[in-house]
Design a protein around this ligand. Structure first.
Ligand SMILES: NC(=O)c1ccc[n+]([C@@H]2O[C@H](COP(=O)([O-])OP(=O)(O)OC[C@H]3O[C@@H](n4cnc5c(N)ncnc54)[C@H](OP(=O)(O)O)[C@@H]3O)[C@@H](O)[C@H]2O)c1
Length: 291
């Protein structure tokens, strides 16, 4: 039987691989975006229906939710009252019996401002089957949010200290999420999803530099300086507090554990950072050209 699944955040770093993994399983997918025409232009996959969904526009919720038996949620992390919206959405999700929520490794240690705890409580209290994903930081940050700093200065500056992080590929998160959305046996579980080994940011950046054939470096920034820089760049207080919590967890070693969740759920080893670096060689070589 084909199951209809709504993927919120479907144009994002985890959402796209979730859609692809569901599509490969033959699921019927509604892929949500604030701007579905642009968001999925040129990348339509069989069985995938682009739908409009905006956390900030409740009129878009019911049409997107209609017929969705399962739901993948990337929460409204940038919404000023985003902590309440996951509970509100679930109250409207009348056709939905299973929810997979994207949270983060160490969520239980984060301040309430980070919103994850609110969303986790909402899915647990929803009366639906729930699965909470606790992935580590993504490989794909290096090719997106971190890319301008690497390109322009050859330096990635973060308040991460020299902490080891078992970074993970979002394609592996997508495959784990697709299993949790479509197979029985995961309900009521928190899945901590990591890569195969823990690397420091310095080690990860050096590996990209090897592929780029350009020296790339990591610089440990003082946490207070990082907060001042974020405020100066226009970040709101809530974002600053959330980031403080995330990096504190990291410096305390909370992102170092390696789990076997990808192996157990997908039947194969998680992708390595070296593999990710090699697969995106053209992207890193462009960094060299931009020097
Ligand atoms: N980055 C990491 O390393 C990491 C690690 C663990 C957990 N997380 C968690 O992952 C989540 C996503 O973070 P990310 O930075 O990686 O972002 P992302 O998933 O790459 O992109 C954000 C997604 O959210 C959608 N979106 C944004 N505002 C929206 C709105 N108002 N209504 C509906 N959809 C909206 C965007 O879709 P459209 O623009 O198409 O509407 C986009 O698909 C966060 O909760 C973060 O805490 C991130």
């Amino acid at each position: 039987m084909t199951m209809a699944i709504l993927v919120i955040g479907a144009t994002g770093k985890t959402g796209r691989p979730v859609v692809e993994a569901l599509s490969a399983r033959g699921a019927k997918v509604a892929a949500a975006s604030r701007d579905p025409e642009t968001g999925f232009a040129g990348s339509r996959t069989d069985g995938v229906l682009p739908v409009r969904f905006d956390w900030a526009d409740r009129a878009t919720w019911a049409p997107a939710l209609e017929g969705a038996e399962a739901l993948y949620i990337v929460g409204p992390y940038a919404h000023p009252t985003g902590e309440r919206l996951v509970a509100d959405l679930l109250a409207e999700a009348h056709d939905t019996r299973r929810v997979v929520l994207l949270s983060v490794i160490g969520a239980e240690l984060l301040p309430e401002e980070a919103m994850m705890a609110h969303w986790e409580r909402a899915v647990r209290a929803s009366g639906k089957e729930w699965i909470i994903l606790h992935p580590n930081w993504f490989f794909q940050n290096f090719g997106t949010g971190f890319l301008p700093a690497l390109r322009d200065r050859g330096v990635l500056a973060l308040p991460a200290g020299q902490a080891p992080v078992s970074f993970v590929d979002t394609r592996d998160i997508g495959e784990v999420a697709a299993a949790a959305l479509t197979e029985d046996g995961y309900a009521g579980r928190i899945l901590t999803i990591t890569g195969p080994d823990a690397l420091t940011h310095a080690e990860a950046v050096a590996m990209l530099g090897d592929v780029a054939e350009r020296p790339l470096a990591y610089q440990a920034v003082d946490p207070e300086q990082a907060e001042a820089d974020s405020r100066a760049a226009g970040a709101g207080e809530r974002t600053v507090i959330s980031q403080r919590g995330l990096f504190q967890v990291m410096r305390d070693g909370g992102n170092a554990p390696v789990t076997d969740v990808v192996q157990r759920v997908t039947g194969r080893a998680p992708r390595s950072f070296a593999q990710y670096a090699a697969e995106h060689a053209e992207l890193w070589r462009e960094l060299n050209a931009a020097e």
